[in-house]
Design a binder for this molecule. Structure first.
Ligand code: FEO
Ligand code: CA
Ligand code: CA
Ligand code: CA
Length: 565
């Protein structure tokens, strides 16, 4: 396996050291401040809804910024800057009264938790004192576990997605565990439903089927929703979980628009959705399934698109492929069709993992974000870690032997794989691959666990997760790993954001997060002078310095006013 070599420093900042404190650190010449914090009002009626001691009141919980910020994208709408941003999950101990002991004790507390998750759409503006949320902007909107949606594509309306509450199977409610994000070529937001399985439980008999075990559905719901709402009770609505785990499209320019779940893009624990175009104009979406030993997928539309043309059918009519990586650094996309899988098209889309197993897809070390280089036809996927690689199989999935782009047993550090499509065309079937970086610890290990040559004692990190390219073709890498700074992780410090030169292989540390937090979500102001960075599940009392810790999006900018991306 070839690995890019580190060369001379090509970055326009001085890389920073590790941190172990409860603060943010950025390079000399850069500044940061919060853009929006958990519980901050989007509407003036919610002023004062947040208390540092008790959090958010249930009455105002759908009018404030949600908890645990994740993927986000910025849109320019009629001269306004609008950010759509995910709130992946909630920490019940932070949101609920102490007496609840981390589980909701009544329907109001369930409502509070439902409302603190989902998606926020908000206008932001540079006030002269940095970027701030435009309170009461007509673009501001909260989308929660209760928001009315619709579905399209081949599995919409099928028997697999029909419920007692929606016998037509066309009107699902809510989007949940919104992890990574994507931006369509036509300026809409893609929110990616990841660990949806954890929201379902049962008060009676558990329905049977491989589709439940393969997706980890069963047992108790993590927030006891099923005790207060039949929709989440598998004994009453066995098909409800089939209405989650999709790529969902939101129009950030219209706060009254109905979000659409696109079944053609498959159902799994979606990390993000990276949209590019094939040479012939077809739409290509790369997607990872974040589970140990699950797969990487690609959707290719049948129709083509160009600026100004209609978008009908582009995300509902196409082919879903799954990746096979060969040991010789070649690979191919395997089409998931009724012929290749002996499954119906509806089954392929609802149970995409099982379809991927049928065609012999390559089990991966937890595929997180995929990012495509804007300067050349290349895709990068963060394989965050896989403690079970080579040791045991997960979630009723396939065997996970060591090899190919997953070369280390008990992989606690992670790696980033990249592939180049044949003919430089994302629409083709064949590709070649290599590893851009294998994370590791050269202070503790001398073998493969020391990492690739572009990992040094000066830039060590573990568990790459969020990734985005800037306009200069630099790869920004965010981590969600072990921040104990001990043992195998000694010298790595808190989670961080680094920048990679994908030509030389060099990687430099740009930002460190407060202890306890992961760094997730990255987008830029329209003029690229400000980077917006997500800080999820911080520890201590960050960022206020007192009271509860608040997941927040921060602004980062250069003191000299130059661009940061
Ligand atoms: Fe929500 Fe795979 O990160
Ligand atoms: Ca992630
Ligand atoms: Ca992660
Ligand atoms: Ca997370």
């Amino acid at each position: 396996t070839s690995v890019a070599r580190a060369q001379s420093s090509g970055f326009d900042f001085e890389p920073i050291g590790i941190a172990t404190d409860f603060d943010i650190h950025v390079p000399a010449g850069y500044q940061w401040k919060p853009l929006v914090k958990w519980g901050q009002p989007l509407f003036s009626e919610a002023e004062g809804a947040f208390s540092p001691e008790t959090g958010v009141s249930v009455a105002m919980s759908d009018k404030v910024f949600g908890e645990n910020t994740d993927g986000m994208e910025l849109f320019e709408v009629d001269g306004a800057q609008v950010i759509a941003v995910n709130s992946e999950y909630v920490n019940p101990k932070i949101n609920l009264p102490e007496a609840s002991e981390g589980m909701p004790a009544n329907v109001d507390e369930v409502t509070l938790l439902k409302n603190m998750q989902g998606v926020t759409v908000m206008e932001i503006a540079d006030t002269g004192n940095g970027y701030e949320v435009v309170v009461d902007s007509p673009f501001n909107r909260r989308i929660t576990h209760e928001t009315q949606m619709t579905m399209d594509g081949p599995a919409a309306g099928s028997a697999l997605v029909q419920t007692n509450a929606d016998p037509e199977g066309m009107s699902p409610k809510g989007t949940m565990n919104n992890c990574g994000s994507g931006k369509t070529l036509w300026g809409t937001y893609l929110t990616c439903e990841e660990n949806f399985n954890g929201y379902f439980g049962t008060t009676g008999e558990m329905p049977e089927g491989e589709g439940y075990s393969r997706y980890g559905i069963g047992g108790e719901g993590r927030y006891a929703y099923e005790k207060y709402d039949a929709r989440y009770d598998l004994s009453q609505e066995p098909n409800e979980p089939h209405r989650h785990g999709w790529i969902t499209e939101i129009d950030p320019s219209d706060a009254s628009s109905t979000p659409v779940k696109h079944t053609a893009l498959g159902r799994f624990k979606h990390e993000n959705a990276e949209m590019v175009q094939a040479a012939d104009g077809r739409v290509v979406v790369y997607m990872g399934d974040d589970e140990r030993g699950e797969f990487i997928y690609k959707y290719v539309s049948n129709g083509t698109w160009a600026e100004g043309q209609p978008t009908d059918g582009l995300l509902s009519d196409g082919t879903l492929y799954v990746a096979k990586f060969n040991p010789d650094q070649t690979g191919e996309w395997l089409a998931l069709t009724p012929e290749s899988t002996s499954m119906s098209l509806e089954e392929i889309l609802v149970f995409s993992r099982m379809a991927g197993s049928k065609v012999g897809a390559t089990t991966m070390d937890r595929p997180e974000w995929i990012a495509c280089n804007p300067l050349k036809a290349e895709a990068y996927c963060a394989l965050t870690n896989n403690k079970n690689r080579g040791l045991k199989t997960n979630a009723g999935g396939d065997e996970t032997p060591v090899g190919g782009p997953n070369p280390r047993e008990a992989n606690n550090y992670g790696q980033i794989v990249r592939w180049t499509p044949e003919n430089g065309d994302h629409g083709t079937i064949d590709f070649t691959w290599d590893l851009y970086v294998m994370a590791g610890n050269p202070e503790v290990h001398a073998d493969a666990y020391a990492g690739s040559d572009n990992v040094t004692t000066g830039n060590m990190f573990n568990s790459p997760d969020g990734m985005a390219f800037d306009t200069k073709g630099r790869l920004w890498i965010q981590t969600d790993g072990d921040d104990s700074n001990e043992g195998d992780f000694a010298g790595m410090g808190n989670n961080q954001m680094l920048v990679g030169d994908t030509e030389t292989g060099e990687i430099a540390r740009f930002l460190t997060a407060p202890n306890g937090a992961e760094v997730t979500g990255l987008c830029w102001s329209a003029d690229r002078k400000v980077a917006f960075v997500g800080i999820q599940h911080p520890g201590g009392s960050w960022p206020d310095g007192e009271g509860k810790p608040r997941s927040s999006v921060i602004s980062v900018w250069r003191e000299d006013g130059e661009t940061v991306g």
